[in-house]
Ligand binder design. Structure first.
Ligand SMILES: [Zn+2]
Length: 329
């Protein structure tokens, strides 16, 4: 008997006879906590004793002053609990260090994707589907409305806007997540334009970790004299996770880059680009078809709508919060 139970409710908790594993959610007493990546909505109490994450995730969390004694894993490394439970990680293509967790219990394979992106970007390879019996898949963009344009097109639109703004003697600035999106924007500018990128302090701290882990990025932090000089000279791009007063006499034009730009207006911004670290609806479905699970549980975002759509195309799916105490064996 495989005896793996999925607990319903918020977040994801798996239980075997002897262990309780929580993923990206608040730890219950006596559980092992697994973190899929360093976005703070996936990170809870890190001072507990049994916390597992990738080496890269740990180095990002340290850089943003989170403290704790954590078990750090490399991709594909095996983490064993007792005789019959084995856990390993595969890249998720979302941000530096993001992982899919593979949980093997007596021949039954469960995969939890965490936030993931199947499409290649300038900084990450797309997540590869992992075959499973049970798949727990994020559904942030889990309705058919979300079909993202080809990344190259969005990159080209970004470059065009940056050039246009600079040729008007203004400074193009991006308000984007400090982890993931900032680094992709920096890389777009580094790759296609010969224009320096000035970044806010939080963006610089996290970008340093990308450089340390072999993803080269060129930027100048604003809290260094050099950053202020580049801004004064005037021809540059600015990247920050918050909209702030940039120390320059020039007009600053702000852009956002997020998958939500497909649907929602960002009226306080000059422009918005539909650039996402997640898979769109069609990417989520593609992943499921290629990983061929027997049972799918959806989690986050459009979990209910996504599972309804999946059932319509013959896939056995329900939201994870409806999984209450289901026994899988
Ligand atoms: Zn995330």
């Amino acid at each position: 008997m495989n005896a793996l139970r999925i607990r319903g409710g918020s977040g994801l908790t798996l239980e075997t006879k002897n262990s309780r594993l929580v993923f990206d959610t608040k730890p219950l007493g006596n559980s092992i906590q697994f973190i899929s990546h360093a976005h703070l909505d996936h990170v809870y109490n890190l001072s507990m004793k049994d916390v597992v994450m990738s080496e890269e995730t740990a180095s990002i969390l340290k850089a943003v002053h989170r403290r704790g004694e954590w078990t750090k894993l490399k991709y594909k490394e095996k983490f064993r609990i007792g005789d019959c439970l084995e856990i390993s990680m595969e890249p998720a293509g979302h941000v530096l260090g993001s992982t899919q967790y593979i949980i093997d219990v007596n021949g039954l394979r469960t995969v939890y994707t965490g936030d993931f992106n199947i499409y290649d970007s300038l900084i990450h390879q797309g997540a590869k589907p992992v075959e499973s019996d049970i798949l727990i898949i994020e559904s942030t963009y889990g309705i058919p409305y979300y079909r993202f344009p080809a990344r190259e097109k969005t990159y080209a639109d970004i470059v065009r806007w940056v050039l246009k703004t600079i040729s008007s003697n203004e400074i193009p600035a991006f308000k984007v997540y400090s982890l993931g999106k900032s680094q992709e924007i920096i890389r777009v500018i580094n790759t296609y334009l010969d224009i320096p990128v000035v970044v806010s302090k939080p963006v610089s701290k996290i970008s340093d970790k990308y450089n340390e882990h072999g993803i080269p990025l060129e930027y100048v932090p604003i809290d260094k004299v050099e950053g202020l000089e580049v801004l004064k000279q005037g021809e540059c791009v600015y990247v920050s996770s918050y909209r702030e007063n940039v120390p320059t006499n020039k007009k600053v034009r702000w852009a956002v880059a997020t998958g939500w730009a497909l649907r929602y207006r960002h009226s306080n911004y000059d422009i918005s680009f539909p650039l996402s670290g997640h898979s769109d609806y069609y990417g989520l479905v593609k992943y499921i078809l290629e990983s061929r699970p027997k049972q799918v549980y959806t989690i986050y975002g459009y979990a209910k709508e996504f599972s309804t759509n999946l059932r319509r195309i013959g896939i056995n799916a329900k939201p994870v919060y409806e999984a209450s105490q289901s026994t899988l064996d």
